[in-house]
Design a protein around this ligand. Structure first.
Ligand SMILES: C[S@@+](CC[C@H](N)C(=O)[O-])C[C@H]1O[C@@H](n2cnc3c(N)ncnc32)[C@H](O)[C@@H]1O
Length: 274
């Protein structure tokens, strides 16, 4: 196949294929939830050897809802503070900067592991605006962080990232942002503790060599970051039961959603300083 880039990634980096695959399935559906116009063209630009992505078909609505909510929160931030600073952590091959329309006055940093940023640069070519900086950074390392602009209100948007990191890395990222910028908002998803065990038995995760490492602990997070106030706490499952394209499934999902394990499986959080 001409003009395609080989995506040869393993470990957590390979999971960017799973989310891109699911955004593409959503975009191709008759009633898309996210409707990412970039998912299909990006998919066509890559080749990869990770098998079994179809196993995630049942998660498409959840992943599309998650992305749609984080897009909405990002647009709200950009509209209130077009000269703000956005740290798009663990960006993978996501087209969020194109979907939300980054204003030229905004400082936007796409951050991911060096191997991923290399792929991202090659796959997007000139399609990302010059104002969107690509930052190769292993978030588990202590050094290599770009200097934050303390004068700009800052949004951290981290989608499908924190569950792959050790807890101390997640807390270290929050500490770094909160101490480096007086006006910070953090928008991220977090999975329930039971999903960590399930992730160890997910065949495609096993095949690429990854698993979840960090799970949501509301009391522990609040205790560790007293300077943050929670602005939103949304069950992705609740959103799915409202927006599932197969309308006949919605009442069933809604009923199942009363099970606490489903309610808490994946939640979106928005915290802010002050
Ligand atoms: C499930 S993918 C999500 C990608 C993207 N946010 C999306 O929604 O398509 C997880 C992403 O986290 C990134 N990631 C995992 N560990 C990382 C680390 N230590 N440093 C930087 N990025 C990391 C992976 O490289 C991958 O791109």
């Amino acid at each position: 196949m001409p003009n395609t880039e080989k995506v040869d990634l393993r470990g957590a980096a390979a999971t960017l294929l799973m989310t891109l695959y699911m955004r593409r399935v959503d975009a191709r559906s008759r009633r898309p939830i996210l409707g990412d116009p970039w998912a299909e063209p990006l998919w066509d630009r890559i080749t990869h050897d990770v098998h079994g992505l179809w196993q995630f078909t049942g998660d498409v609505s959840a992943i599309a809802c998650r992305a749609a909510i984080l897009d909405r929160w990002t647009r709200e931030f950009l509209s209130a503070t077009p000269d703000g600073q956005v740290l798009h952590l663990g960006c993978g091959l996501d087209s969020r900067p194109l979907r939300v329309g980054v204003p030229p006055t905004c400082r936007w940093l796409d951050v991911d592991q060096p191997g991923v940023v290399d792929v991202r640069r090659r796959v997007y070519g000139d399609d990302l605006p010059d104002s969107v900086e690509q930052v190769p950074l292993d978030l588990t390392a202590d050094d290599g962080w770009p200097a934050l602009d303390a004068d700009r209100p800052t949004l951290v948007v981290a989608e499908g990232l924190f569950m792959y990191l050790p807890g101390e890395t997640v807390h270290g990222i929050v500490d770094r942002v909160v101490s480096g910028t007086p006006d910070a908002t953090l928008a991220f998803d977090a999975a329930a503790p039971w999903t960590v065990r399930v992730s160890r038995w997910t065949p495609t995760f096993r095949a690429v060599g990854t698993e979840f490492r960090w799970a949501w602990d509301p009391a522990g997070f609040a205790h560790r970051h007293p300077e943050l106030t929670e602005r939103d706490d949304v069950s992705v499952y609740d959103e799915v039961s409202l927006r599932e394209p197969r309308v006949w499934l919605r009442p069933l999902l809604s009923a199942a959603g009363h099970v606490p394990a489903m309610q808490d499986a994946l939640r979106l959080h928005r915290f802010a300083t002050g």
